[in-house]
Design a protein around this ligand. Structure first.
Ligand SMILES: Cc1ncc(COP(=O)(O)O)c(C=O)c1O
Length: 361
């Protein structure tokens, strides 16, 4: 048995999961109180009048193949947001357990923890001009000082920092926290790094959980499909907690179509284009008088520190573009996060920032 299973809430481990209306193609369905006719405009293959297959076998098979893991090691959710929520709900007892986050980082870890009544211990990343680095010793110390830490969220590449964290440090944390906390590596942007995913070392680390999403590199943010990847026993805990029929038919069908093997070359080419636009945009931004510092990025966005963030924010708006204000994030005073867009959008943004720079000179 995976020793990390004992970290889960005891009542979840003993929970009798909901029993789904069985899926058997040999029979017509009169067991799930569905409507026997399709709705107007329903052009799905399965029919939206029936509940989707649950758990979604075809979808899970595709995700397992895409990420190079076993089907029993994946659980699809409505975005990786749902994976984050399921992990916290399954492992953190309200009012007792905590998660660790390393800010500046993705804001939903905290929100999901607060909804569950879990504590949030922050171990800030260490900022330098080369990016934001993990303070692994402090993460370990925080776990030592607080035995009720159940989950350590490591976002790599980080949002908003943009850079990937040190792999050796992350692996060492997994090893040292085995049996004491799950290490959740959020790889929402990993396809833009050119580095291997942590899925490759899953077999060596029973407390490792990886979050992947189709929202970024696969251009499917509107489909809402994220994947939690972990040891099969950890996944089976989360599968008890996810609501019945969680993944809509429209999501399953759009994901199967968009991630089909014949689409992979196109996807890879688009990722390449975004990476080359990222480096072009980064270089050009470095020469803008309104930008004080451009942080290195392994993602599909760039964190910039401005002389005055309001001026750059409004410069983007003046050319019809909105970028993300990051000033509320710790260590991110005057910082904005710019998503890499099409070549035309990136050129327009640069023009807007340059024009504003001339005006303020
Ligand atoms: C680091 C990180 N994790 C997770 C998510 C959630 O992604 P989704 O729910 O679309 O899969 C995001 C979204 O921006 C993100 O930046």
């Amino acid at each position: 048995m995976n020793p990390n299973l004992n970290l889960a809430r005891p009542e979840i481990l003993t929970l009798q999961p909901y029993v789904y209306a069985a899926w058997d193609h040999r029979y017509e369905r009169m067991h799930a109180n569905e409507n026997p006719w399709r709705a107007a405009g329903d052009d799905s293959t399965l029919g939206l009048n029936v509940y989707p297959e649950s758990p979604a076998e075809a979808l899970h098979a595709r995700l397992a193949e895409l990420y190079g893991v076993n089907i029993r090691q994946v659980l699809a959710g409505r975005g990786s947001d749902e994976g984050i929520d399921l992990l916290i709900r399954s492992f953190c007892r309200a009012g007792q357990d905590s998660i660790i986050t390393c800010p500046p980082t993705f804001g939903f870890y905290r929100v999901a923890a607060e909804v569950q009544g879990a504590g949030v211990i922050e171990v800030p990343l260490i900022r330098s001009n080369e990016g934001f680095a993990l303070d692994a010793d402090k993460v370990l110390a925080a776990c030592h000082n607080n035995t009720n830490v159940k989950l350590v969220f490591l976002c790599s590449p980080g949002n908003p920092p943009g850079n990937a964290l040190d792999r050796a440090q992350m692996l060492s944390l997994c090893t040292q926290l085995n049996g004491r906390a799950l290490v959740v590596v959020d790889e929402a942007y990993v396809e833009f790094t050119g580095r291997p995913s942590f899925t490759q070392v899953l077999a060596d680390h029973p407390n490792l959980v990886i979050l992947r999403t189709l929202s970024k590199a696969y251009a499917l943010a509107g489909s809402r499909c994220g994947t939690t990847i972990a040891d099969a026993e950890i996944i089976s805990v989360l599968a008890r907690v996810i609501p019945p029929y969680a993944i809509p038919t429209s999501t399953v069908e759009s994901v199967l179509a968009a991630t089909a093997p014949e689409q992979r070359t196109r996807i890879a080419q688009q990722i390449e284009l975004l990476i080359s636009e990222r480096s072009r945009l980064s270089q050009e931004l470095q020469h803008c008088s309104l930008i004080r510092h451009v942080f290195p990025s392994d993602a599909n966005f760039i964190l910039v520190e401005c002389v005055d963030a309001d001026v750059v924010f409004n410069a983007a708006k003046s050319v019809g573009l909105v970028v993300r204000d990051q000033r509320k994030q710790p260590q991110c005073g005057q910082c904005l996060r710019i998503t890499v867009g099409t070549p035309e959008q990136n050129a327009r943004l640069l023009q807007g920032i340059r024009n504003a720079g001339k005006l303020s000179a």
